[in-house]
Design a protein around this ligand. Structure first.
Ligand code: SPV
Ligand code: MN
Length: 625
């Protein structure tokens, strides 16, 4: 019998009490008791995997006005505070115990001090409210990938989002408790904090996200934005990167997709792209299948490199989603079924957003005001837009027409290729392949960069270094993370590695069409199976013209001209060398534990490019390779 039973009985009805006690897990009980004593809820709801419990949380979100119902059946909209529209990097910190050392490049503070500050902010935060205790699972349930998670929050929007985005995990807790009472799980304690009349978190200046990583626990307060509150998304990624380090697997910020090859052949690709580099649109290429759009775990299973979608839904950016470019998402967003919009414009029960390619009302409720009008200034004096540019939709995998039939296979799917996708206007070709795993990890993953766009910052064209697009979530040094990637799956056949760049420009104009990526993934598929040859460009292998010409015809029913090919695939040696200069500086000055393999790959790349420049000049057309 739990030592906490009297406390539980005072806050829970008999159903919740039965559910928590049936788990017979003292660690769960202790965490729930701690949350009750600290946050002082009026009542506590414990949910299991039943449809009734999932439905209850959804109804609470609507009853408490955290979500408003839209005209379309099952659709709701949620608002976050004006300043709470994205992940808060400056207040996200690792709590480091006195006897531990964490890479100095990571945001951190002493654990004792962090816990004290957090307790002061979370004390009494649930007064007059219901506390939700829910169990979820990262990765498929009943699988080697499964990581059980315990979410505690006062936000029914958070648990409703998790019901769309993750697998239910109560039975998984049962299963693992029975197999090993000491099993590891992740836990999250979130408090929305004081709310304003719009039911959004009020005390933005006391928003904190603290990673108590030595306890596999994350706590956040005075925020509702999913990236700070939905424990299983980015909070868990940071914990998972450390767990993977301890256990010898990888936790990556990647989509997973199936490319349908010739004669019914299937090949799975995973891709890491910094934001605004084409990640979701690649995972959603027409004619292929999506397995997941954001998070992947990799493990070696029976001698195979396999990946699982950590999630069961998509928390996607709605900006620029329109009927022409994103038909699948557009369709889900216009069909009755479960959808949570966030931070869009609401008018007469309908949602509107930037870039939807439809007439947008000039007034309505949005992320700024209940009575927004075109041109209105935000509280910071900035001109507002109809929807926030990071406005989002939350939907389930099962509602996507192009969801892969095997997206939830417990042993994951075999990975044929890994893509690192950057954004640069003048350096790399639209698609290129690494010579080896080490070459790909070092010169494509670890050298991943994205140019800032007008949409993301005031200053356009600044190159931001973002290792494997996982930089925001690294919970260890960059060197160790790269080392883990280099060491992973050493004894088996590893996936081919590719780089992509959809943003090459000439005279200010993009050299590629939006759909060209559909050709690039088919070329990768053929390369993985050795069906086509390539050309050595010194920084990787480029496609041959004949192969692309055939694929453009087959996939897009388009002519692909020799001139376009020669322009797009020119080897731009000064720009490639400049990128190596930037990276050599970073990996010698900023990173203190750069693996020797990384420096070796950088040197070898430089030598190849210098030799090519000596023989053929600065700019080398593919026909001269
Ligand atoms: C990202 O920013 O990479 C996202 C959204 O997927 S968030 O949940 O904010 O991390
Ligand atoms: Mn992401």
């Amino acid at each position: 019998m739990s030592a906490h039973q009297a406390l539980f009985r005072s806050k829970m009805n008999k159903h919740s009490l039965r559910k928590i006690l049936a788990l017979e897990n003292e660690k769960v009980n202790a965490f729930v008791a701690y949350a009750i004593e600290l946050c002082e809820p009026e009542s506590v709801f414990v949910g299991d995997d039943s449809d009734a419990d999932v439905a209850y949380c959804r109804v609470q979100a609507i009853d408490h006005l955290e979500e408003l119902q839209l005209q379309t059946n099952g659709h709701t909209v949620h608002y976050d505070g004006y300043y709470d529209q994205g992940r808060r990097k400056d207040v996200t910190k690792y709590l480091v115990p006195e006897d531990q050392h964490l890479d100095p490049n990571l945001h951190q503070m002493p654990r004792e001090e962090g816990i004290r500050e957090m307790e002061n902010l979370q004390r009494g935060a649930y007064r007059g409210r219901e506390m939700f205790v829910r169990f979820f699972c990262l990765g498929s349930t009943n699988s080697i990938f499964s990581i059980p998670c315990l979410q505690i929050t006062d936000s029914s929007y958070v648990v409703h989002s998790e019901d769309l985005l993750y697998r239910r995990g109560y039975d998984e807790f049962m299963r693992q408790s029975h197999a090993n009472p000491q099993f590891e799980f992740f836990s999250y304690l979130h408090c929305s904090g004081e709310l304003d009349e719009r039911v959004t978190s009020k005390n933005f200046e006391f928003n904190r996200v603290y990673m108590d990583y030595t306890r596999n626990c994350v706590r956040s307060v005075n925020t509702q934005y999913a990236g700070n509150t939905v424990g299983l998304k980015k909070l868990s990624l940071r914990l998972a990167i450390r767990k993977a380090d301890r256990e010898g697997w990888l936790a990556e910020h990647m989509f997973i997709m199936r490319v349908n090859g010739p004669k019914g052949r299937s090949t799975f690709l995973c891709g890491a792209y910094p934001s605004a580099c084409g990640k979701t649109s690649t995972a959603m290429i027409p004619g292929e299948n999506i397995v997941g759009d954001d998070l992947a775990y990799f493990r070696v299973i029976d001698g195979e490199f396999r990946a699982v979608n950590v999630e069961a839904g998509i928390f996607g950016i709605v900006t620029d989603v329109n009927a022409k470019d994103d038909p699948v998402i557009w369709d889900v967003l216009h069909t009755p079924g479960e959808v949570i919009f966030s931070n869009v414009l609401l008018k007469e029960g309908k949602p509107y957003w930037l870039g939807m390619d439809e007439a947008i009302p000039s007034e309505g409720k949005n992320y700024v005001s209940d009575h927004w009008t075109e041109g209105m200034l935000g509280p910071d004096g900035e001109v507002s837009t109809c929807s926030h540019k990071n406005a989002r939709y939350t939907v389930q995998m099962k509602d996507l027409h192009n969801a892969d039939p095997d997206w939830d296979t417990p042993n994951g799917l075999p990975v044929g290729g890994i893509i690192y996708g950057g954004r640069d206007s003048d350096t790399s070709a639209p698609v290129f392949e690494a010579y080896s795993w080490d070459h790909g990890v070092c010169t494509m993953g670890a050298m991943l960069e994205s140019e800032t766009t007008a949409a993301t910052t005031g200053k356009v064209g600044v190159r931001v270094w973002n290792v494997m697009s996982n930089m925001d979530f690294l919970s260890m040094s960059v060197g160790r993370y790269i080392h883990n990637n280099l060491e992973f799956a050493k004894d088996i056949k590893r996936p081919n590695v590719f780089g992509t760049n959809y943003f090459l420009k000439k005279d200010g104009k993009y050299l590629n069409g939006k759909l060209d990526k559909a050709v690039w993934v088919k070329w990768m598929e053929l390369r993985i199976h050795g069906d086509v040859e390539g050309l050595d460009a010194g920084y990787g292998i480029l496609p041959k013209y004949e192969d692309l010409k055939a694929l453009f015809r087959q996939v897009l029913d388009k002519d692909y001209s020799v001139d376009d090919y020669e322009e797009q695939f020119t080897v731009r040696i000064p720009e490639l060398l400049a990128k190596l200069d930037r990276m050599e500086k970073i990996y010698t000055e900023k990173v203190s534990d750069t693996p020797e393999t990384m420096m070796r790959e950088l040197r070898a790349q430089r030598e190849r490019l210098l030799a090519m420049r000596a023989a053929k000049g600065d700019s080398v057309k593919p026909r001269d390779l």
